[in-house]
Design a protein around this ligand. Sequence first.
Ligand SMILES: N[C@@H](CCC(=O)N[C@@H](CS)C(=O)NCC(=O)O)C(=O)O
Length: 206
Amino acid sequence: MFKVYGYPTPNTYKVLYVAEELNINYEFQLVDLAKGEQKAATFLQKTPIGKVPVLQHDDHYLFESGAISCYLAETQDSPLYPKDKFERALVNQWMDFFNIHLGRWFNTLYFNKVIRPKFGMGDPDPKELEEAIEFLNQQSKIVDEHLEKNEYFTGDKLTIIDIFAYASVEQSAVVDFSLEPYPNLKSWLEKIGKRDFLAKALKRFE
Ligand SMILES: N[C@@H](CCC(=O)N[C@@H](CS)C(=O)NCC(=O)O)C(=O)O
């Protein structure tokens, strides 16, 4: 039995998108961050870090969207997480890049522009915005050049990193970060966004 605990923000979407692309049958349970449910004692028994997403697989629990995404693909023996050691390392490489670099800066903009106002946490921090935009431009250029030569992140085959990364890059519209200077990144986003996983995952919040 698979169950995802989450809230409608990009880190949870990463896991839901990957689960849907893999056609996994799973339950979804909302953890209401607005009510602080992620810090409730019962939830802290599932994850010591008090954050979402969390995956339950029978009586096992996992946190971190990247680790969860890889594990979900493993359980399905999916070619979206290749068995070949080097091909798999390429997926892991781009997943680290998104967690530590590009995705991290999208998250900074999202936190300042969406979460702060929604949760009454005050105005966006201009220094954080400036730093995030500078790094986003620097790293989007690198990714744009990579996608000029590669149809997908690891080459000519779709893998879970394309689905995972989609949840980061799609934030560009919400946080008002223009992808116009990055046409290859923009067309990759449009191509990935035509897949079924998106509508299927968003149904969880209707
Ligand atoms: N690196 C983690 C980040 C998880 C995370 O920061 N989750 C946020 C929501 S997007 C959260 O639960 N925040 C609530 C809190 O920190 O109390 C992942 O990728 O899963």
